[in-house]
Design a protein around this ligand. Structure first.
Ligand code: ZN
Length: 216
């Protein structure tokens, strides 16, 4: 019970961070974490993230059935269930609507993870999943090809999905990507064109530092 209370408080702290940093507005987005085997805590549908309290979170099983709490689970629960099914290493999932990252998908610009060394080391490639109707099965289907390898996926015209070994990591990854998107946007304006990627050799060196298999 102590662990559950700790995670409830952490998850609420993440919701407040997302709202304060403008990464969600009102009831946008959803956050979840594992609570032991086959059980998750997840935000309820239709509630402003900044107003949530620890006891508002729902306890659900790995099929999304509510075990405890009032209200319906988040409308994108299928997205979370898919990640937990495919990624035993993931303990927490954040789906948000970050303005700059989402704008990049609207502009049809793939996220250039290979332009900034620390983004490359932290994430490797950051794919964009093709447009899918929110709140339907199309959304998990759209991310399925990417979910096994990626720490972050952008959802075209919709937002972002970041995962982590805990709630703090899943949230920090989103903050880092949105921050990088601002930098890339300014660089784009200054150069009137997309930023140059690092060379393949520079990328390989970064891969070696973090022990990642070279991409592509
Ligand atoms: Zn959404």
């Amino acid at each position: 019970m102590q662990e559950e209370n700790r995670l409830r408080c952490q998850l609420i702290a993440v919701c407040k961070r997302l709202e304060q940093k403008g990464l969600v507005a009102a009831a946008d987005g959803n956050v979840s974490c594992r609570l032991g085997r086959g059980r998750l805590l997840i935000t309820p549908s239709g509630r402003a993230k900044g107003d949530l309290q620890p006891l508002d979170l729902l306890l659900v099983d790995d099929r999304g059935e509510v075990l405890a709490g009032a209200g319906r689970p988040s409308s994108e629960i299928r997205l979370h269930l898919l990640v937990y099914e495919k990624r035993p290493d993931v303990q927490a999932v954040v789906h948000a609507h970050p303005p700059m990252l989402t704008a990049m998908t609207l502009a049809g610009m793939p996220f250039p993870a290979d332009a900034l060394p620390e983004v490359w080391m932290g994430f490797g490639p950051v794919p964009t999943a093709p447009y899918a109707t929110p709140c339907t099965r199309e959304v998990p289907d759209s991310i399925a090809p990417f979910v096994e390898d990626a720490q972050a996926v952008l959802l075209e015209r919709h937002g972002s999905l970041t995962v982590g070994r805990d709630l703090g990591e899943a949230c920090s990854r989103l903050e880092k990507l949105e921050h990088a998107a601002h930098t890339l946007f300014y660089a784009h304006l200054m150069r009137q064109g997309p930023p140059e990627p690092l060379t393949r050799e520079d990328l390989r060196k970064l891969d070696r530092i973090v022990g990642r298999r070279p991409a592509g």
